[in-house]
Ligand binder design. Sequence first.
Ligand SMILES: [Zn+2]
Length: 530
Amino acid sequence: MERGGTLARRARAPWLHSAGVADSQAHCGRGARGCPGAACSAGSRPVAGSLAPVTLRLYDTAARGLREFVPLTPGEVGIYVCGATVQSSPHIGHMRSVVAFDVLARWLGRSGLRVTMIRNVTDIDDKILAKAAAAGEPWWAWAMTHEREFRDAYDALGVLRPSYEPRATGHVPEMVELIEQLVARGHAYGVADGSVYFDVRSFPEYGALTRQRLEDLSPADDGELAGKRDPRDFALWKASKPDEPATASWSTPFGRGRPGWHLECSAMAERYLGDTFDIHGGGLDLRFPHHENEVAQSRAAGRGFARYWLHHGWVTQSGKKMSKSLGNSLLVSAILEHTRPVVLRYVLTAAHYRSMIEYSDDTLREGQAIWERLAGFVSRASERVGALNAAQVAAAELPAPFVDAMDDDLNVPAALAVVHEHVRTGNTALADADATETRAALLAVRAMLDVLGLDPGASPWVGVGADDRAGAALDALVSAELDARAAARTARDFSTADAIRDRLARAGVLVEDATDGVRWSLASEQEGTS
Ligand SMILES: [Zn+2]
């Protein structure tokens, strides 16, 4: 007997410290991708048809090339991503960043690693103060309003929540400590007004991340100049100004002031990930000066800091980096008025994270068509062979070419080609009424799309309000009814069999006797309950 259900199984955040991942790690150091348990040899990862050794390669901006990813601590990975400066509403360019690192985190989680993802919130800076003042609002209320908008946008696009989202204003003591160490080591100095600067000439490695020579660099663009020894020195701590609100400064040994942007990330990354951590991520535009300054501060203070640097490409319009100045039509809220969130998610996921995404109305239209093809297959196949639950999707073996593509610096375009191949195979199997092949394709397609945050059968892309427990309970109850109906028919007790069918119909469950078994589905709202 086959059954079709339409309710969702909620996907599990892969970096949660779940029993599933821990169990897999117990016998498989790196592979939770359908680990076969006793059959899994140490150091190898089971994929469909092979037991190939793990080789995740990531493009490290600092090394200018692909490097095999080896976590600092076996079985774990720490990631720090520069989050939003919450000065205005989120636009599509901001979403590129979170989606890129969401796919990275999902893939590392699916590989069996316990992921700690830290994404900061810059909740105080010059622009926040200026915009809040112009709007006649307290700066902290302005920042919180926009922080909530960003969180809503991340949730709408199905981005898994990070392990922690530290705010800059909550980490002043850590910043003061770091500044004091830099001053003591001769890499920073205070000036008369109470600001503190990093002394770029004191640190010979300055410029190494972006391979620039100090003499070629322009003055630091931090709006401060007074008392700098060198115009390229950058602010670690900004003295409070008379026209700034008293709430925008903190008392420190250097005087009242507020954090420099670069310093925040060095302090917060260390607090949550330690002296040395695995991956630091951000947009291409953050390489200089932000990341160059972060690494200078942390390494000059004696820390190891990030071991791999990952930078994603931009969303462009007519080849130019998208920014708010291009207009409000690119705000996430404006796009979602006419586009389903999953289509925007698909568009942002489908390109390689290091490439540029040229954005136009056609981009969304193409994304919509492809999404419908994927979701349509999952829907038809689920009706035919029954819906799969989250545990089945999470435990499924992934096709080897998909694994190879993802291990190749997260080559999502190549990985999606494998998904499309399986959709084609699955559609052929559906047409041939081959339930075994259909189910195999459905499982592979959903498992692969789950890695990309695009599983049409899982939250949040399946019906709003769908719930694992409700779906499981309904499935069990309908199954029991259909088993009883089958038993009644076998006993030629047709009045009982018909009564069961009518009872299901009154509850809104339609039963269909097909040549290859019995299927059930929920009646549409128009069909209602009879
Ligand atoms: Zn940062």
